[in-house]
Design a binder for this molecule. Sequence first.
Ligand code: ADP
Ligand code: MG
Length: 701
Amino acid sequence: MSQLLSTSIEYLKGVGPKRAEILASELGIRTYRGLLHHFPFRYEDRTKFYKISEVNGDLPYVQLVGELIHVQEIGEKFKKRLVAKLKDDTGTIELVWFKGVTYFKKVLKVGEKYVVFAKPNIFNSKINLVHPEVETLIEHKNSVQSKLQAVYHSSEKLTKFALGSKNISRLMKTLLPQLKYKLDENLPLRIITEHQLLDRETALFNIHFPVSIELLKKSIARIKFEELFMIQLELLKLKLVNLEKSNGFVFGDIGEKFNGFYANNLPFELTGAQKRVLKEIRIDLKRGKQMNRLLQGDVGSGKTIVALMTILMGLDNGFQAALMAPTEILATQHYEGLKELLKGMDVSIELLTGSVRAKKRREIHAALESGTLDILIGTHALIEDKVIFKNIGIAIIDEQHRFGVAQRAKLYKKNTIPPHVLIMTATPIPRTLAMTLYGDLDVSVIDELPPGRKEIQTLHWYENKRLRLFGFMEQEIAKGRQIYVVYPLIEESEKLDYATLEEGYQHIFKRFPAPKYKVSIVHGKMKAHVKQFEMDRFVNGETDIMVSTTVIEVGVNVPNASVMIIESAERFGLSQLHQLRGRVGRGAEQSYCILMTGNKLSSDGRLRMKTMTATNDGFQIAEVDLKLRGPGDLRGTQQSGTPINLKLANLATDGELIQKARKAAFSILDSDPNLERMEHQNLRQYLGEKNRGKTNWSSIS
Ligand code: ADP
Ligand code: MG
């Protein structure tokens, strides 16, 4: 079968070398298989009939049925045209031909009933149909042709070479009969039955020539399932192979450090979600395979304590640990936070960043190599080659989206056996999407906030409330609170935004003058130590207002800061807005997030503001974000090892199907990891052809 499908498209009747070239360059179609998998992007519904009185110029196309009451040739020679009139019980409409005048004059019969189909056209403020498709009502009733007409993407070049949508349809009509009874099923029978899927051939045929809407829906569902299933199968396989290949340190015992911390230092009761995640991690660490786990948890959900307790499991088993953060500020906060939590315990901890002095740096390097240092916190400075651990067993990566896969790989080389890796992210990704983007990682979710948090109140204000905003700020400062004011900074227009920031800062500075008020400013163009100084002043409560760009986006923890003002909020994406909002609501006080926007908002912009004011739930926000941006955007952040190439399925909207497909794929691999069984041969063969042997289905022995 594969041979027929691999036939060059050139040899399909009606194609030939020139068109084959165009099909390849414009649509990437090179073979019969390519054409078969070139799917329509929409369908024209030929089951619907309009009344003539309903026709207006905005409709993309109409189908009418009526009696032909008039046919007349008008004009001379080169300006000849044929005008006919169609009548139904609501009115009449003109049909016009500029080409094929002689032919249509001959075949069209006054008094006969016709079905016509065309895009309505407005000429001299009257509606007519130019070059409609016509057939007699009898022909129409007898025609087996699908009443749902597939529409394929077209381009000027394609049309020029007679490869427009209609032509593609015609090629399909030539191709499909040749493939009848020859399209092998690629899903196991059990899966097909269990999920009540159409067989492959019926689905592929109906995608191009739907027999009914019903069957079309089922066909699309079947192909989507197939696409998602194959991806999940490959991802899960990859995970299995990785697991099989990788060795991991065994953290057998929970020991003195973990237990001591739990008994004496843990400042609060763990939430149910934190306990559950720790259990998941615990299982990973015992089984002798490298852990590769993604920990998702909304801002403030308490990921740090989970990280620390994971580190302690490592320490108890004689290993060192590293925690890597994306910025110096964050690394420093982690360092101070963890030092505080570990107070009174016999655990050594150091901070390594770009601004650590050479002498101190040498000390740290030496302590790491000799093994006297237990925990190293730092920026990516700590994956540099010259940083050598005596025996690192666990690495934690905070805010993973800032690290690339390559950097992760560098970490793996820090010991003879790769250390366990826990990646923490506060950017919630809808679970189903994570299954695909991080399909070869394990995912844990902290979906519960620590108790006693007051819900952050979010307001969306327009510029006309500026004075009220200043009044509100004054009020909160009088109560002893601190305030963030954030300006957008997008790289392409950095200069412009910097100006806005400066202007805003001056504005605030005037309205909140020293010495009564103190204002900090932080932006990306500052030297690191100046930034740190300004940041520290705010963290220590010495300043009331922090004016900044998004550098404070990740991680910074100032519990006394209870107001987040986001300027030009419409210029931020949803997940960024949510991240920023997460900087407040960390203390006992009622916190506020105020989104300031201009009056003119796009509909997307409005939806973003509405979503922010409606919910504090990061996962809900992520779902909306995904629907707004589409999954395409997320490809850049993709961490999985399998290319994601979907024609019909949509990672944003087909969540439920992804879940089903993953479960199905799991059930197959669970019983037959190398696809050796008879009933899985079709699957194996399909994947082999698809990937030309990229996934090695026999690599597990
Ligand atoms: P994130 O997940 O954003 O990194 P953190 O780990 O910084 O969150 O935790 C946010 C705050 O919540 C910290 O002040 C931390 O001490 C506190 N916290 C974490 N877990 C709990 C808990 N179970 N009960 C009470 N407070 C907690
Ligand atoms: Mg954090």
